[in-house]
Design a protein around this ligand. Structure first.
Ligand SMILES: [Zn+2]
Length: 444
C-alpha cells in the first residue's frame, strides 16, 4: 500500500518536531517499509496494490490512550459534580455491580469505535471481563494492552481468575498484549501485590495499576502505614517487575529517587482532565518525573469521569496543566507535548519499538488528519494545530497494522449504527442503582 503525497509529522527523540511535506509512505503487510519524497507516478516502480491519496492531509503516528477503562463509556455523564469519594462510593462502584460480560463487550465496542474515529490506534486498558474487551478490540481492528483488574476484597479466587485471564489473553491475537491489573495500592493487599510482582517477573509481564492518584491518598497511606504508595510499590516488588502507574499526582519528592532507580521499567500515565474535574490539588509532576528519567504517557482514564476517550483533548490538557503547574509558559513546548503523546505513550503501552513514530520498520499505525477546517486556518505551525486546535472529527483515515480501519471518517470494521444502538439499549442497565451493594468501598 502507498499513502501518496502526504505531510508527515517527524518526532525525534530530542529536539524539535517537524513536518516533512510531500512524502510517500510505503506500507507492506503490517509495517512501514519506506518514507520517500513523493515521486512522479511515471517513475514509480512496482505499482502498489492500493493507493491512499494523502493530498492536503498530515500523517501522524496513531495515538495511544495510555490509561483507560474502555467499557466505562457506558457510564458517560452518569456521575457528575461529585467529589472523588462520592464519585466512587455513591456512583461508580455501586454501578459496577451491574457489569456482565455482554454489557462490557457492548461498552468496549463503543469505546473502540470512538477511539478509532479519533485516530487512537492503541489503548492501554484496565478493567473487568477483559476477555470481552479483547474480543471488541480484535473485531474493531484496534491495538490494545489489556490488564484484567482485581480487588483483594473479591477474594483469592477472583485474584487467581484475573491472573489466569492475563495468561489467556496474550495468545489471542498479534494486536493484543496483556498486563497484570491490580486495582490500586489501597484496594489490593501487600501480599497480593507481592504475588502479582512474582508472577510478572516469572512471566515477563508488566503491572498496570493506580498509585498515588491524589496527594490525599499519599497522606492517608503515610498516616495508616507510614509509607507512600510508591514505597508500597517498591517494597512489594512491583517497581522491580516493571509498572505502568496511573496518575501519580500524589508522588512526593522522597518518591523520586525510588522511581529513578526503576526508571528503565517505569511509566506514569497522566490524565489531567480528570484531575481538573475532580478538583484535585495536584496534577502529575511530569517535569520532576522526566528529570528522574521516568517515562510519561498521556491517557484519558475512563469516560465515567473524562466523558470522552478523545486523546487529542488529553494532549491539550497535558500542555495546559503542565504550564500552569510549573508557572512556566516555556515548559511543555509543542515538541515536548507531541513527544510525550507519541514516543511516551507508545512506551507506556510497552510498545516503544513497535509504534509511536512514523519510520521504516515500525508498525503501520497511522492517522491522516485534515487541517483545512476554520478552527485550524491559517496554519502557521501544524504542530500548534495538533496540540491546541485538533478535534477528533479532523481525523480522516486511520490504519492499524497496515489495515485501513477508518476511511473517509467511516469505520470499515464495524457497523457504527449497530454499535450505537446496542449501547443505547443496554445503557440503563449499567447505571441502575436499585440492586444495592458495591464492588468496593473507597477509603484510601
Ligand atoms: Zn483509572
Amino acid at each position: 500500500m502507498l499513502i501518496r503525497n502526504v505531510s508527515v509529522l517527524i518526532v525525534p527523540e530530542q529536539g524539535e518536531c517537524r513536518v516533512d511535506e510531500a512524502q510517500d509512505i510505503h506500507v507492506q503487510d503490517d509495517r512501514i517499509v519506506a518514507i520517500t519524497p513523493t515521486a512522479d507516478a511515471s517513475d514509480a516502480g512496482e505499482p502498489p496494490t492500493e493507493v491512499v491519496d494523502g493530498s492536503g492531509l498530515l500523517a501522524v503516528p496513531g495515538l495511544v490512550n495510555s490509561h483507560t477503562h474502555s467499557p466505562m463509556v457506558m457510564m458517560r455523564g452518569a456521575a457528575e459534580d461529585l467529589n472523588i469519594e462520592d464519585w466512587f462510593n455513591r456512583r461508580i462502584w455501586p454501578m459496577e455491580v451491574n457489569l456482565t460480560p455482554e454489557r462490557v463487550r457492548v461498552g468496549a465496542r463503543l469505546a473502540c469505535a470512538e477511539m478509532l474515529l479519533a485516530g487512537v490506534t492503541t489503548f492501554v486498558d484496565h478493567y473487568f471481563h477483559a476477555d470481552q474487551i479483547a474480543a471488541a478490540a480484535i473485531e474493531s481492528g484496534i491495538r490494545a494492552d489489556l490488564a484484567p483488574t482485581f480487588f483483594s476484597s473479591a477474594g483469592q479466587d477472583a485474584v487467581d481468575a484475573a491472573f489466569e485471564t492475563t495468561g489467556d489473553l496474550s495468545a489471542r491475537h498479534p494486536r493484543i498484549t496483556a498486563s497484570l491489573g491490580p486495582h490500586a495500592t489501597y484496594t489490593v493487599t501487600d501480599e497480593d501485590l507481592r504475588r502479582t510482582a512474582d508472577l510478572a517477573r516469572s512471566d515477563g509481564r508488566r503491572i498496570h495499576l493506580h498509585a498515588a492518584e491524589t496527594d490525599d491518598q499519599t497522606q492517608a497511606s503515610l498516616e495508616k502505614h507510614g509509607v507512600t504508595p510508591i514505597q508500597v510499590l517498591e517494597r512489594t516488588g512491583v517497581l522491580e517487575a516493571g509498572a505502568l502507574v496511573a496518575h501519580g499526582c500524589g508522588i512526593r519528592e522522597e518518591d523520586l529517587p525510588i522511581l529513578e532507580r526503576y526508571a528503565d521499567r517505569t511509566t506514569v500515565a497522566s490524565c489531567p482532565k480528570v484531575y481538573l474535574k475532580l478538583a484535585m490539588s495536584e496534577v502529575t509532576p511530569i517535569k520532576r518525573l522526566r528529570s528522574a528519567g521516568v517515562n510519561v504517557g498521556i491517557g484519558t482514564d475512563g469516560a465515567a469521569v473524562h466523558n470522552t476517550l478523545d486523546v487529542w483533548e488529553a494532549i491539550r490538557m497535558v500542555a495546559l496543566t503542565q504550564k500552569q503547574r510549573e508557572h512556566d509558559a516555556e515548559w511543555m513546548t509543542l515538541s515536548d507535548t507531541l513527544r510525550l503523546a507519541t514516543r511516551g505513550s507508545a512506551a507506556a503501552a510497552g510498545l516503544e519499538n513497535q509504534i509511536g513514530v512514523l519510520e521504516p520498520g515500525r508498525q503501520a499505525d497511522i492517522a491522516l488528519v485534515d487541517l483545512s477546517a476554520p478552527h485550524h486556518q491559517p496554519v502557521h505551525d501544524p504542530r500548534a494545530a495538533l496540540v491546541y486546535s485538533m478535534r477528533a472529527s479532523d481525523v480522516v483515515t486511520v490504519l492499524v497494522a497496515g489495515q485501513i480501519v477508518v476511511r473517509d471518517r467511516q469505520l470499515t470494521t464495524m457497523d457504527l449504527a449497530e454499535v450505537l444502538a446496542d449501547a443505547k439499549s443496554l445503557a440503563h442497565t449499567l447505571v441502575d442503582l436499585s440492586q444495592g451493594g458495591a464492588v468496593q468501598h473507597y477509603a484510601p
